[in-house]
Design a protein around this ligand. Structure first.
Ligand SMILES: [Zn+2]
Length: 530
C-alpha cells in the first residue's frame, strides 16, 4: 500500500537507536522536511518534486491521524525567474497555503538575503503566516514588527508534549550573505547549546534543529545529543542533494532533502508512556507516482498565469536542442554538462573578437534544475538564469589560473554549486589527492594539439562578476587590468541560440567521453586524456 517511493539508492526505513516504535494506531507527531525550493510548481514538466505533492503526503498523514508539521531548511525567496518579478512573495503565498494545512517552521537560508537592501525581506516577512526561526541571527531591518517576527528558542505544543526548536543559518564567512539588515553569529555550536539549554529549562519534551549550514557542521551539532538526549534530529538545507547521517549513541540523525522537493523526509516521532521517544525517518522521492493536490494546483495555476501575463513570450520557442540536456542540479553540479559547455563557450565571446582564451562558470549559477530538450523555450533561458549574471574580462598567468581552478574541485565528489563548467581548456583532476592539489593536468589547445598550460604566460579569461569578487571560494587576482561588469550572460546565451536558429542549426553537443573537458579520476588509477 506504499504509494510513495521511500526506497532509493539503498536507503530504507531506519529506526533510530533510541527506542522501539510503538505499533499502536498512532496519533503521534510527524515532521515533513524540505529545503532549497525555488518553484511554486513542480519540475520536469510537472512530473517531479513540488509543493503540490508535499501537500498530498501531508494530507494523507493527517488522514492517518498524525499531527503533521512542515519544516523548511531555507533558501526559497531567491533565486528564480519568478523572484525577479515578485521578490519571493510567490513562495510566501505557497508557504502560507501549506502552513494553513499543517503548521510550517522555516529557517532563513543565505538566499533569503540576496537583496542588498531590507525592503524585500520586510515585505516577505510581513506577508508570512508561517514562523520564521533563527537563533544565531537577527533581523535589523529597522521595522520593529519584522525584526520581532523572527523567533528564537522556539517551542510549540503537540498534544500533551512540547517540542523545542533551535535554528541556525550560515555566517558570511561560511558562504552566507553579509548584509546591513541582518546580524549573523558564526559560533554555531555554542549558540545551539545555549538555545537547547534554554529549551530544557522550559521543560520541553523533545528538541529538534532546523539549519541552513554545511553538512559537516550539522554532523558536529548532532553530537550535542550526547549531553542533551532530548535532541532528536537535525534537518537542514544548502546542499541540493539528499544528505543523511544515521543516529548513533553519540549522534542525532541528520537529514537534508533534494532541491525543489524532489526528495523530502518524513520523520515520525512517537512517545511511549514513560516519555521516551522514538524517531523513524523515511526518505521520500516525490515523483509522478505521487498525485498532485487539486487545491494547491489552483494556487500554482494562479502564479503561472501571472507569469504568463508578464512574459507572454515565455513559452515561445527560441531554438532547438540537438540532444536532451540533463541540467538537473545533481548532474550539472558534479560533472561536465552539455548545457554548461554551451554557456561557457558563449562567455568567451562576450567581449568581442578575438574571443577570450579561457572561461568558466560556477554551476550554481545555472538554476533550471530540469531537462532541456526538443524545443528550447524562452522559459528555459529564464529559468537557467535565476538572477542577472554580468561577466568580467581579465588576464591570469597559467600558474594563477591553475591555482584558481583548484577551488572548483575541492570537497566533493557530491554535487556542489561551485563545481565549474569550462571552455577553452581541459582539466584532469584526481579526487583522491589533497584539496587544492587535485589538478593533475590543465591543458589548452595549441597549433601542436593540447599542451599543458604555460605557467608564465598570460591568458585572457572571462568569469562571472560573482566569481571575480571571490564568490564560491574562487580567489582571482585583482592587481591587473579588468573590464567592468558587462554583458549579461542570459542575453548572450539567448543571442547565441537565436543566431543558431537563424542558421538552421541545433544547440548543444553531447559530452564526449573520449575528449572530455573535465576528467575526474577514480583514485588515480586512470591516466589523464587517453
Ligand atoms: Zn544555501
Amino acid at each position: 500500500m506504499k504509494r510513495y517511493s521511500p526506497l532509493l539508492f539503498g536507503f530504507a526505513l531506519i529506526l533510530s537507536a533510541c527506542a522501539t516504535v510503538p505499533q499502536a494506531e498512532t496519533s503521534g507527531l510527524t515532521f515533513v522536511h524540505l529545503n532549497d525550493t525555488y518553484r511554486v510548481g513542480a519540475v520536469e514538466d510537472g512530473n517531479a518534486g513540488g509543493f503540490s505533492r508535499v501537500m498530498t503526503l501531508v494530507r494523507e498523514l493527517q488522514g492517518e491521524g498524525r499531527d503533521v508539521r512542515i519544516l523548511h531548511g531555507g533558501d526559497f525567496l531567491y533565486p528564480s525567474l519568478e523572484s525577479q518579478l515578485w521578490d519571493g512573495l510567490q513562495m510566501v503565498d505557497a508557504f502560507n497555503f501549506m502552513d494553513a494545512v499543517a503548521p510550517m517552521y522555516v529557517v532563513s537560508g543565505n538566499h533569503e538575503f540576496d537583496r542588498r537592501g531590507p525592503d524585500q525581506l520586510i515585505a516577505a516577512v510581513r506577508a508570512s503566516q508561517f514562523d520564521w526561526l533563527g537563533d544565531n541571527y537577527t533581523f535589523k531591518t529597522g521595522e520593529a514588527d519584522v525584526d520581532n517576527a523572527l523567533k528564537s528558542a522556539f517551542a510549540f505544543a503537540a498534544g500533551d508534549k512540547t517540542i523545542g526548536v533551535f535554528s541556525l543559518t550560515l555566517h558570511g564567512e561560511d558562504g552566507g550573505n553579509s548584509r546591513s539588515y541582518i546580524e549573523i553569529d558564526g559560533d554555531y555550536q555554542a549558540i545551539a547549546e545555549r538555545a537547547i539549554e534554554s529549551l530544557e529549562e522550559r521543560g520541553v519534551d523533545l528538541i529538534i534543529g532546523i539549519t541552513h549550514l554545511h553538512m559537516w557542521q550539522d554532523i558536529a551539532l548532532a553530537q550535542l545529543k550526547v549531553t542533551h538526549p532530548a535532541v532528536a534530529f537535525i534537518v537542514g538545507g544548502h546542499e541540493h542533494e539528499p544528505q543523511y547521517q544515521a543516529a548513533t549513541d553519540a549522534s542525532a540523525v541528520v537529514m537534508k532533502g533534494a532541491s525543489n522537493a524532489r526528495v523530502i523526509w518524513q520523520i515520525d516521532v512517537d512517545f511511549d508512556d514513560s516519555g521516551d521517544y522514538a524517531v523513524r525517518e523515511k526518505r521520500i522521492k516525490l515523483d509522478e507516482s505521487v498525485p498532485l493536490d487539486p487545491e494547491y494546483e489552483v494556487l500554482a495555476g494562479k502564479w503561472n498565469g501571472h507569469l504568463l501575463e508578464v512574459f507572454p513570450f515565455l513559452t515561445a520557442r527560441v531554438g532547438t536542442a540537438a540532444l536532451a540536456m540533463d541540467v538537473r542540479e545533481e548532474m550539472v553540479r558534479s560533472r561536465e554538462n552539455s548545457w554548461g559547455n554551451f554557456i561557457a563557450d558563449q562567455m568567451r565571446r562576450a567581449f568581442g573578437d578575438p574571443p577570450a582564451e579561457l572561461a568558466f562558470i560556477n554551476s550554481g549559477t545555472l538554476r533550471i534544475d530540469d531537462f532541456i530538450e526538443d524545443d528550447i523555450l524562452f522559459e528555459d533561458i529564464g529559468r537557467t538564469f535565476g538572477f542577472s549574471s554580468y561577466l568580467r574580462h581579465t588576464t591570469l598567468t597559467g600558474e594563477e589560473f591553475r591555482r584558481v581552478m583548484e577551488a572548483g574541485f575541492r570537497g566533493g565528489p557530491e554535487s556542489q554549486g561551485y563545481f565549474p563548467q569550462v571552455s577553452g581548456f581541459r582539466v584532469c583532476v584526481d579526487r583522491s589527492r589533497n584539496e587544492f592539489d587535485r589538478i593533475v593536468s590543465l591543458q589548452v589547445p595549441t597549433d601542436d594539439g593540447w599542451q599543458e598550460i604555460e605557467n608564465g604566460k598570460e591568458y585572457t579569461v572571462v568569469v562571472p562578476d560573482y566569481l571575480y569578487r571571490g564568490g564560491d571560494g574562487y580567489e582571482i587576482p585583482k592587481d591587473r587590468l579588468v573590464s567592468r561588469p558587462g554583458s549579461e550572460l542570459k542575453y548572450l546565451v539567448l543571442d547565441a541560440i537565436l543566431a543558431a536558429q537563424a542558421r538552421g542549426e541545433k544547440v548543444g553537443q553531447p559530452v564526449d567521453p573520449d575528449n572530455p573537458r573535465i576528467q575526474q579520476l577514480l583514485e588515480g588509477k586512470q591516466r589523464c586524456f587517453r
